[in-house]
Design a protein around this ligand. Structure first.
Ligand SMILES: NC(=O)c1ccc[n+]([C@@H]2O[C@H](COP(=O)([O-])OP(=O)(O)OC[C@H]3O[C@@H](n4cnc5c(N)ncnc54)[C@H](OP(=O)(O)O)[C@@H]3O)[C@@H](O)[C@H]2O)c1
Length: 266
């Protein structure tokens, strides 16, 4: 493993908790600051404390993972500036820029900004990262490994791309869940009982995701595979793929979310 010191996780909520489980399973040493619930003591956990004052003296983390809500950042992040010498800061906080974080952590802080998504909770996430100035290759590798425990990891070379990434994969699970919802409603409209409609919609969405994940074909090919010319699926796709329908709608939705991400950035 690339790291020397333990990973310090600040905020063990949904995202932090998912990553923590993966790290401990992978045999990493981790210290956690989480005010709410005590994290169960397990091998690998060097400390689990409610406040940073209770962290072991002399702790020299190799990474400080910032996983609190963005609105907590201003109060929480500066407390961890003292680790700048040993650690890379890996922030998963939505909308918090490298420059904004450097303002809280000091100029010598090495900062990676990452945007994960909620399938991380079942280790099927995808995270895009941007490395700020001075981040070393070893620190990049460490961040790659830490995020890799909950899914796939990709890097962007311009921080501005984190806004459309937020729109596409950060929010993306919501669009897929919406698909399950509207498919269920459409099924009910055709007379299918609610319970069966829900089962059909849910399994179709999750099963198609599993098929996409398992296949070497791209999504367009998998779609063509279930579309016979002149058949029922072709009839539905003609509606969904009309000029003003899904392709245009999705572009508008992603553009709106990207704009909002830029507005919220700080
Ligand atoms: N969930 C997503 O889809 C998603 C996607 C991409 C990025 N993110 C980012 O991931 C971060 C975490 O999101 P989440 O969904 O995991 O939120 P969450 O479940 O609310 O987790 C945040 C955790 O931080 C804890 N906390 C609050 N103050 C703290 C402090 N002073 N020191 C240490 N821990 C503290 C909270 O405890 P309390 O509950 O007691 O306040 C909570 O357990 C956010 O910045 C979000 O932008 C989330």
């Amino acid at each position: 493993m690339a790291e020397a010191g333990p990973v310090l996780l600040v905020g063990c909520g949904k995202m932090g908790g998912a990553m923590l489980a993966g790290w401990l399973e992978a045999g990493r040493k981790v210290a956690v600051v989480e005010p709410k619930a005590p994290v169960p003591r397990t091998p690998g956990l060097v400390a689990a404390v409610a406040v940073p004052e209770d962290l072991p003296g002399g702790l020299a983390p190799s990474a400080v993972v910032l996983a609190v809500k963005p609105q907590e950042a201003a109060n929480v992040v500066p407390i961890y500036a003292r680790f700048a010498r040993s650690a890379v800061y890996l922030s998963i906080m939505a909308g918090k820029t490298v420059a904004g974080l450097a303002g809280m952590l000091g100029a010598e802080a090495r900062i990676v900004r990452a945007m994960p998504n909620t399938p991380a909770s079942v280790r099927k996430g995808v995270t895009a990262c941007f490395a700020g100035e001075g981040v070393t290759a070893a620190q990049r590798t460490l961040c790659d490994e830490l995020l890799g425990t909950v899914g796939k990891v990709a890097w962007v070379d311009r921080e501005s791309l984190i806004d459309p990434v937020t729109a596409v994969s950060g929010g993306g699970p919501a669009y897929v869940f919406l698909l399950a919802e509207v498919l269920e409603e459409a099924a009910v409209s055709e007379g299918i009982p609610r319970d069966l409609a829900r089962l059909l919609a849910r399994e179709t969405v999750s099963g198609s995701g599993a098929l996409l994940a398992a296949s070497t074909d791209d999504a367009a090919q998998l779609r063509k595979n279930v579309t016979s010319p002149g058949g029922t699926t072709a009839e539905a796709l003609a509606v969904l793929m009309a000029e003003d329908a899904w392709p245009a709608l999705m572009k508008r939705a992603i553009a709106a979310a990207t704009r909002r991400s830029r507005e919220l950035a700080g």
